[in-house]
Design a protein around this ligand. Structure first.
Ligand code: FAD
Length: 399
């Protein structure tokens, strides 16, 4: 069965889905509201579940080329005391690995390059406006400088991000849930190398993350408890003061990042939905399950969604578009809901301000053997890689 699919949104989730569908022989059009794709954002951590779902797209060599390998993840206190750590849990390209650290723009470029080789139509400047659904198909209207005549399709996937128009049409107006903190992100060029270790340093009501990227660049994020909408006038100075007592290279990284390249977003999610779409329309990525980034799983869950669409639309399954939507939501809603919930809770735990509560948390974390934490994480991530995509004979079957 061959579909005509329209994907609203050319972000990481939308492009990954387009590639899986195109590789299965379906005709895909991606509509993207921006007229020009620009290298926006900072870094993204591709954990094993993301890598496992990207592998069938044939882009792993390009991804590895543009990433830094992460083979250790450590959480420590501002005094440098280790609370938890994990070691490589898989082998990729012959080397032990935990994850890849990549610039968001580089990941986007790798996906776009692959899209061009598969003949997928990417219409820029075409903003999703609304859809009309009949028993036989869906008609999609776009607006903007790249607007197209109404697009007829068998399947519409709303991958149009946190403020999704597709979601709004189905579910009406919703408010986002503020997670109690704000996050600054930056990429320090020419920083001192940080090796292949991802580090999170937890203070009281604030934390700082350090992620290696390719070419010795470093992606960092800084999280602080605050009211919604808090925007200090001078972010660099504010962060230097806030993290003055944190171990090196915290302040060095802030100083090595031009103020204009530091972005700030309040951490929000939405209460998970019980169903996402209609008969032939569904949602994907942040449009479906926006989550706080505390577990670093926003992009990975969008990529898992795309992988599941790839599995279900494989020609051998002969599923109709409504069957695909039903099976996709049955697989993806429970799992992504789990991440939305855990991520929200993890953020509250990481951002504890009360000295007694944060002290107790630290004792509990130190008392938990790293092997126990690692096993739980491995299981959680590996479950997100469909059996059809798994390799055998590796330390982890995820990649
Ligand atoms: C500008 C930006 C920067 C980010 N930076 C980081 C970062 O540095 N680190 C990190 O971990 N995460 C970052 N994220 C979040 C992360 O990329 C997402 O959580 C994750 O990749 C989920 O991807 P998605 O494709 O579901 O949504 P998104 O990445 O939000 O992509 C949605 C896409 O849909 C398009 N769109 C929106 N509305 C319409 C419409 N009506 N019609 C057509 N197209 C539409 C948007 O332009 C966008 O290209 C960023 C997101 C954005 C949008």
């Amino acid at each position: 069965m061959r579909f005509n699919a329209v994907i609203a949104g050319g972000g990481i989730g939308g492009l990954s889905a387009a590639l899986h569908l195109a590789l299965n022989g379906h005709a895909v059009t991606v509509i993207e509201r921006v007229e020009r794709l620009q290298p926006v954002g900072a870094g993204i951590v591709l954990s094993l579940n993301a890598i496992g779902n990207l592998r069938p797209l044939g882009i792993l060599p390009a991804l590895i080329d543009r990433s830094a390998r992460i083979d250790e993840m450590v959480i420590c206190t501002a005094q440098g005391r280790e609370l938890s750590g994990s070691a490589p849990n898989a082998v990729l390209d012959g080397e032990p690995i935990q994850a890849l650290g990549i610039h968001r723009a580089a990941l986007h470029e790798v996906l776009l390059d692959r899209l061009q080789t598969l003949g997928v139509t990417l219409q820029l400047g075409a903003k999703f406006e609304r859809f009309e659904e009949s028993a036989d198909g869906v008609s999609v209207t776009t607006v903007g400088p790249g607007a197209m005549p109404p697009l007829s399709c068998d399947l519409l996937v709303g991958a149009d991000g946190l403020h999704s128009g597709v979601r709004h049409q189905i579910h009406g107006a919703e408010t986002s849930r503020f997670g109690g903190s704000t996050c600054w992100r930056g990429v320090a060029d020419a920083a001192k190398p940080v090796g292949s270790r991802l580090t999170e340093i937890w203070g009281k009501g604030c934390r700082f993350g350090i992620v290696p990227l390719a070419d010795e660049r470093v992606y960092w994020f800084a999280v602080q408890n605050c009211r919604a909408g808090y925007r200090p006038e001078l972010p660099s100075e504010h962060l230097e003061t806030l993290f003055a007592d944190f171990p090196t290279p915290t302040v060095d990284l802030i100083r090595a990042t031009p103020a204009s390249a530091i972005v700030q977003h309040d951490l929000v999610d939405r209460v998970p939905l019980r169903h996402w779409g209609t008969r032939r329309v569904t949602l994907l990525g942040d449009a479906a399950h926006p989550m706080t980034p505390n577990m670093g799983q926003g992009a990975a869950q969008a990529i898992e969604d795309a992988g599941m669409l790839g599995v279900l639309t494989a020609p051998k399954n002969q599923l109709t578009a409504p069957d695909v939507v039903t099976a996709y939501e049955a697989h993806r809603i429970p799992r992504s809901t789990q991440f939305v919930t855990q991520s929200f809770r993890f953020g509250a735990m990481a951002q504890l301000e009360n000295p007694v509560a944060s002290g107790l948390r630290n004792v509990a974390m130190r008392a938990t053997p790293n092997a126990v934490t690692q096993r739980a994480l491995d299981r959680l991530l590996t479950e997100g890689v469909p059996a059809a995509f798994r390799r055998t004979g590796l330390a982890s079957t995820a990649v």
